[in-house]
Ligand binder design. Structure first.
Ligand code: SF4
Ligand code: SF4
Length: 384
């Protein structure tokens, strides 16, 4: 079988943030210390070798970038300062752009200017839409968001956005599946895909592989940000759909960040508090780490790493402010903050979920699940 070499691969990876991989002399120290590396998947050394040799197709098929959680142990022990942990992070960015059929992800990851302009444009469009479509006579006696932006209109916009994001993310995830599985995709019986489906759920919820790394604090921070964000995503994108009646439930009873002030121990309020704490703690920890460059994974910050943390923090902080202005029943500050909140939160959702860091949340458990499927298949076939 012929192997295609891409002479521009290193240059391309540099556009995604690769810096020192050329210093690698293939000693294998990084693979020896990596707690997640196995004899079958000797990463990160193997991936760096692919990059050095221009083996793009091999990288496209590699599950290893998704098996790495960036604990940084390998970078700490590299005698050449090749920063293999960062190389794996770069591979994840690169793969995300390869899975994305629109080409948007590549531009987002390779140009800070494009990233800032894209986020600003979406934010401004959201602000304009909220201004143009606001109701004529907002309630200025009480903080009542329904008087400015009626729930049915927000609900329709929410459903449209959720549908578009789902289509983009699912189609990119499907490409991830095809690249990772290659010819095996159709050869493996459906039964194995079904019986291994639990792996997908377990890896998504627990990120348990990360728990095998030595730096358990990073696992906790990762879990806090992931669960906090997923909770908000569920509350805002799923439950915001007010007025829909499903299985006898009225969703307007569980809408988040709208006009209903729930009792302190109401599940929606408690979930909101958990998400706020989890995201604020996780993002503040990561931001301080990046400023101080306190750990190997914080030494090289890509523009998208900062943007991700900043958007998450701003979304959370504006959400907290709205919570208090609603409790204090201050109409104007609530309406203004609501606009600012959506001008930050929606660009993050629209651009990060299908094209950037939040897409990793889908790709990683999917690839881990596919690895379990492959293993089961080999076990059944008696392949070593
Ligand atoms: S990245 Fe560093 S530790 Fe890993 S093989 Fe290369 S030189 Fe050795
Ligand atoms: S960052 Fe951690 S998990 Fe990733 S390759 Fe290095 S040692 Fe392994």
């Amino acid at each position: 079988m012929s192997v295609k070499v891409d002479p521009n691969l290193m240059k391309d990876l540099k556009a995604f943030g690769l810096k020192d991989a050329n210093k690698c002399m293939q000693c294998g120290n990084c693979t020896a210390v990596c707690p997640l590396s196995t004899p079958e998947s000797p990463f990160p050394r193997k991936l760096i070798k692919y990059a050095q040799m221009g083996l793009k197709d091999k990288i496209l098929k590699s599950p290893e970038p998704w098996l790495c959680y960036y604990c940084g142990d390998c970078s700490d022990t590299c005698p050449r300062g090749a920063d293999p942990g960062e190389a794996m992070m770069v591979m994840r960015r690169y793969l995300t752009s390869q899975y994305d059929w629109t080409g948007f992800s590549r531009r987002f990851y390779t140009s800070e200017k494009f990233e800032i302009i894209a986020i600003s444009i979406v934010g401004i469009l959201i602000g304009l839409a909220l201004w143009i479509f606001h109701a004529g006579n907002p309630n200025m006696e009480h903080a009542y968001l329904n008087s400015v932006w009626p729930a049915p209109a927000i609900e329709i916009a929410d459903i449209v956005m959720g549908t578009i994001l789902s289509i983009l993310l699912l189609s990119n995830t499907w490409r991830c599946v095809r690249f990772t599985m290659g010819d095996l995709l159709k050869k493996i019986p459906l039964e194995i895909y079904i019986t291994q489906a639990k792996e997908l759920v377990i890896h998504f919820i627990t990120q348990r592989k990360f728990g095998e790394c030595t730096d358990r604090m990073q696992w906790i921070v990762h879990l806090l940000i992931m669960t906090g964000y997923s909770t908000v995503f569920m509350l805002v994108v799923v439950f915001l759909a007010g007025g829909i009646h499903v299985i006898g439930l009225s969703w307007d009873k569980i809408m988040f960040q709208r006009d209903v002030i729930y009792p302190f121990f109401h599940p929606v309020r408690l979930l909101g508090y958990y998400a706020t704490f989890a995201i604020l703690y996780g993002t503040t920890y990561a931001m301080i780490g990046r400023l101080k460059k306190s750990k190997p994974q914080y030494k090289n910050s890509h523009g998208t790493d900062w943007m991700f943390l900043i958007l998450l923090q701003l979304t959370t902080l504006t959400g907290i402010f709205i919570h208090f202005t609603r409790l204090l029943d201050w109409p104007m500050p609530t309406y203004v903050l609501y606009v600012i909140h959506l001008m930050v939160a929606i660009p993050m959702l629209v651009l990060e979920v299908p094209f950037a860091k939040w897409a990793h949340l889908a790709f990683r458990p999917v690839v881990l699940y596919l690895m379990a499927v492959k293993e089961k298949y080999k076990e059944q076939k008696g392949i070593a």
